[in-house]
Ligand binder design. Structure first.
Ligand code: ATP
Ligand code: MG
Length: 328
């Protein structure tokens, strides 16, 4: 079977619909056709400051959400990144193949470091994409299901794999991005000009948030001064975002929805989205609570996944170290 690898950061108490539509839905689906490795990437999370108790809780909440969404730990390898040393071992080798200017062109670093000032950003935030390349290459992933914001990092990963192979001989698998156009970028509800993010929670629609609060957020989502429900990403980014969400949660196509709301206002669109979203998250929240009720079992599932992940990733590191000229 072809392989997939993807990761998600435990940087908040809930995933949001952008994470779900951009990535996690594909994670679940790809289990049927691929050998899947899915990681809670806690090493990435500490590239910005995290409170230790929050981080530990969020790792478990992340695992509970992944299980509730349908990741089957018997079928896929679900693990915590920090429990697999091979990621950092491989990252060092890749860092030594990455140009300083090349790393400096990564737009996520520019965006995230702009918030606190580049000088106050950690070196870890700067080298993040290289660790991400190691995450992927350690498992010889053929495909990487992610949102649009990760496309540039994927391109770096491909370049590093090709560079390694050219210099040391064919060793690493060059992965393809797996990005579904219709849901590749979900926008913030209060600012439809920026992507929804865990790290800017004011306008995110969170899977585990209180349902009433989410309904309120949907109803006060920023739209525009017209009244026409029409899909137009440039002229009507807010309405288009709501249409994308409603389309996924109801299974209706966007043209179908445009017809349904002809002559009706944004209030109806928002009301229906609120209802569909509530219907999706209510059983999900109950399922997450069930997994969280037994943290020892959660930890055991993750440890078992970590063991399987290590077996695969250690083999890649051994091959890489041998190629580089280290004594093995
Ligand atoms: P953070 O703000 O901490 O970076 P995040 O919301 O960007 O959090 P990540 O853990 O960095 O989430 O990314 C997990 C996955 O979700 C990645 O595949 C990423 O591409 C995808 N993703 C994140 N935000 C969106 C979004 N707004 N639309 C579509 N996909 C998204
Ligand atoms: Mg992110």
């Amino acid at each position: 079977l072809p392989r997939v690898l993807s990761g998600i950061q435990p940087t908040a108490d809930s995933f949001h619909v952008g994470n779900y539509l951009g990535a996690l839905r594909q994670w679940v689906d790809l289990q049927a056709t691929h050998q899947a490795f899915y990681s809670i990437v806690d090493l990435h999370a500490i590239t910005v400051e995290q409170d230790p108790a929050d981080l530990r809780r969020r790792i478990r909440v992340a695992a509970a959400q992944l299980l509730a969404l349908g990741i089957d730990p018997q079928v896929s390898t679900l693990f915590v990144q920090s429990q697999v040393p091979a990621h950092t071992q491989l990252a060092w080798v890749l860092e030594c193949l990455t140009g300083f200017g090349e790393a400096g062109r990564m737009t996520q670093f520019k965006d995230k470091s702009a918030r606190g000032g580049a000088d106050r950003s950690s070196v870890g935030l700067f080298t993040y994409p290289i660790l991400q390349a190691a995450d992927i290459l350690a498992y010889a992933a053929d495909a990487v299901p992610v949102g649009e914001d990760q496309r540039q990092h994927l391109e770096l990963t491909r370049n590093l794999a090709q560079r390694f192979n050219a210099r040391y001989g064919p060793t690493l698998t060059v992965p393809e991005p797996y990005i579904l156009k219709a849901t590749a970028k979900i926008y913030d509800l209060t600012d439809p000009g920026v992507k929804m993010s865990k790290s800017s929670p004011g306008g995110s629609l969170d899977l585990l948030a209180d349902v009433k609060a989410s309904v309120k957020r949907i109803k006060s989502a920023v739209t525009d001064n017209e009244r026409e429900v029409r899909y137009d990403e440039d002229a009507k980014p807010g309405v288009s975002n709501l249409l994308r969400l409603l389309s996924v949660f109801t299974g209706a196509s966007i043209p179908e929805l445009e017809r349904r709301y002809e002559g009706r206002g944004y209030g109806d669109l928002k009301g229906d989205l609120a209802e569909a979203f509530a219907a999706f998250v209510t059983p999900l929240q109950a399922s997450v609570a069930g997994y969280l009720a037994d943290p020892a079992e959660l930890d055991a599932v993750l440890r078992a996944g970590g063991e399987r992940a290590r077996a695969t990733a250690d083999a890649t590191v051994a091959a890489v170290y041998e190629r580089v000229g280290f004594l093995v």
